[in-house]
Design a protein around this ligand. Structure first.
Ligand code: LER
Ligand code: MN
Length: 277
């Protein structure tokens, strides 16, 4: 059986692809009722969260914290890891120190996606790559003796103008060269960027540490055209034992979206047998 997580962020805007916006006190029991094994928490700043309280809620409910996502620090506060203004880049790194310390408590990955920012046009782009590499290497070092890792997400071209495909992300991760940094893939982005989603998962299976699920419309799995049965079969074949985290828009409403998504995946799992590759 795969492990499923529900993305949540108290107070998040409706256009954010998360499924729960209420308090953590309501989140954990609700995730449990819906049949989720974990929650993935999206935070602009870990300072907004009482880590001890979160740990208690997780323990009481038996629902794990699957990952800490960081994109809101970019989308709300404009922080990014390639900012040429060194003071601002340091602010981004320091903000991520908070996310990392929180993730350490739960032994889960910290997702870095949107926080890579967008490359400026022309010559400065090359410098940005260097800044991103330096930033990620520095964060990996900060994580050295901590029980957590960075999940670096390949994001589609309409949201980020570089590192869009799994192959591009893998090449970048090789440059970083740290065992603390792994690959994260999201079916919504892959559906735009990969010619063959399952082939990409298989090819990058050795670095894959986290997966986001959404259908092609960025609504719940089963509402669109992505072949999730083939995806489950491939992940099984890969020996993937990380989280499958539901990250999509709350349509038609949060409750339906969260329930339909997991029901569909659990049903598919029963028939997604391994086939020879
Ligand atoms: C973050 O995981 C992601 O997938 C981005 O598209 C942010 O919305
Ligand atoms: Mn994602």
């Amino acid at each position: 059986m795969f492990k499923y997580a529900l993305c949540a962020s108290p107070g998040a805007a409706l256009h954010e692809p998360v499924l729960f916006r209420e308090s953590f006190e309501k989140l954990f029991p609700r995730a449990k009722e819906l049949g989720y094994d974990g929650v993935e928490i999206h935070l602009r700043d870990a300072a907004d969260v009482d880590a001890e309280h979160l740990a208690c809620l997780s323990e009481e409910s038996g629902v794990m914290v699957a990952a800490i996502a960081t994109g809101l620090a970019k989308r709300v506060d404009g922080l990014c890891l390639i900012n040429p203004d060194e003071k601002e880049r340091r602010r981004a790194i320091e903000r991520l120190h908070g996310h990392i310390k929180l993730a350490e408590k739960f032994g889960c990955p910290v997702i870095i996606g949107s926080m890579r920012g967008n490359l400026p046009a022309g010559e400065a782009g090359r410098d940005s790559y260097k800044l991103l590499e330096a930033s990620i290497k520095e964060l990996a070092l900060f994580m050295k003796d901590r029980n957590c890792s960075i999940a670096f997400e390949a994001i589609n071209r309409y949201e980020n103008n570089y590192l869009n495909t799994a192959a591009e992300a893998e090449k970048f991760l090789k440059q970083v060269g740290s065992e603390k940094v792994g690959m994260m893939l999201d079916t919504f982005h892959m559906n735009i960027e990969e010619t063959d989603m399952c082939a990409a998962l298989w090819e990058h299976r050795n670095s894959l540490i986290h997966v986001h699920l959404a259908d092609n419309t960025r609504l719940f799995p089963g509402s669109g055209t992505i072949d999730f049965k083939a995806l489950l079969r491939t992940l099984r074949q890969c020996g993937y034992d990380g989280w499958l985290s539901m990250e999509y828009l709350p349509g038609p409403d949060e409750e339906t979206a969260a329930g339909e998504g997991i029901e569909y995946m659990r049903r598919l799992e029963k028939t997604a047998d391994i086939v020879k590759m």
